[in-house]
Design a protein around this ligand. Structure first.
Ligand SMILES: Nc1ncnc2c1ncn2[C@@H]1O[C@H](COP(=O)(O)OP(=O)(O)O)[C@@H](O)[C@H]1O
Ligand SMILES: Cc1cn([C@H]2C[C@H](O)[C@@H](COP(=O)(O)OP(=O)(O)O)O2)c(=O)[nH]c1=O
Length: 219
């Protein structure tokens, strides 16, 4: 537990389109129903400066950045987001739900794009003071299911502003990601819980509510 703060820090992780944003909203409803003050945010982004950096990362050609540059951009965004949004909320006692955080850097830039995992962990210490969530919910489901859900969502968006740079990295990349997230979960069993992403929104939400109740509400 991050005992310096009264609030709790919960992150959602997993591949594209597995339902992270949907379930983050469901979890907010669940916690607010228990009179908990909730801040819902996302990475990359979540503060004005970090949202500017997000735009550089999620649009344009798939190979527009050197992998090291890409890692540093994610950490630049995270530094802004932590200081401007996450830490102030936790200090005042709110619970922060964040759609992606540092496990995404390990999976995408580390396992996916070949950056050295130990170097990313060093960078994490340097930038965040080794700040990790109290609980991470890893949504795990078939890659095709996620990419199809994500594409369906994007069909509804304006083509010129689509945030689909990572989705265009190909199915093999996303298969690697799924294995990477499961590997990261195995290495961090005290922090990360794997949640089955298949099934309707309500049944996934019920699995998550049960986990959060057991792990953080002490019931
Ligand atoms: N359990 C579910 N069953 C069917 N469709 C879902 C489910 N969860 C989310 N969706 C839909 O799939 C798409 C991607 O979900 P989203 O929450 O945006 O995923 P992510 O944040 O992981 O990319 C959205 O159109 C969403 O409405
Ligand atoms: C936080 C983070 C995200 N990403 C990528 C994963 C996502 O494809 C993209 C944008 O995140 P997001 O909007 O959450 O994507 P989606 O809803 O489709 O899952 O940024 C990284 O590569 N490294 C990181 O550290």
């Amino acid at each position: 537990m991050n005992s310096d703060y009264r609030g709790r820090f919960i992150t959602f992780e997993g591949g594209e389109g597995v339902g992270k944003s949907t379930q983050a909203i469901e979890l907010r409803k669940f916690l607010e129903g228990r009179d908990i003050d909730v801040v819902l945010t996302r990475e990359p982004g979540g503060s004005p400066g970090a949202e500017d950096i997000r735009h550089l990362l999620v649009t344009g050609g798939t190979d527009k950045w050197q992998p090291m540059t890409e890692t540093l951009l994610h950490y630049a965004a995270r530094a802004e987001h932590l200081q401007a949004t996450i830490l102030p909320a936790l200090k005042r006692g709110a619970w922060v739900i964040c759609d992606r955080y540092a496990d995404s850097t390990l999976a995408y830039q580390g396992y996916g794009q070949g950056q050295d995992i130990e170097k990313i962990l060093e960078l994490h210490k340097l930038v965040t003071g080794d700040f990790w969530p109290d609980l991470t919910l890893l949504l795990d489901g078939g890659v095709k299911l996620g990419l199809n859900r994500a594409r369906h969502r994007e069909d509804l968006e304006d083509r010129s502003t689509r945030e689909d740079r990572y989705e265009r990295m190909g199915e093999e990349f996303h298969q690697t990601l799924r294995k990477s997230f499961l590997d990261i979960a195995k290495k961090n069993p005290d922090r990360i819980v794997v949640i089955e992403a298949e099934g309707g929104i309500d049944s996934v939400a019920a699995r998550i509510a049960k986990t959060v109740t057991q792990r953080l509400l002490g019931e």
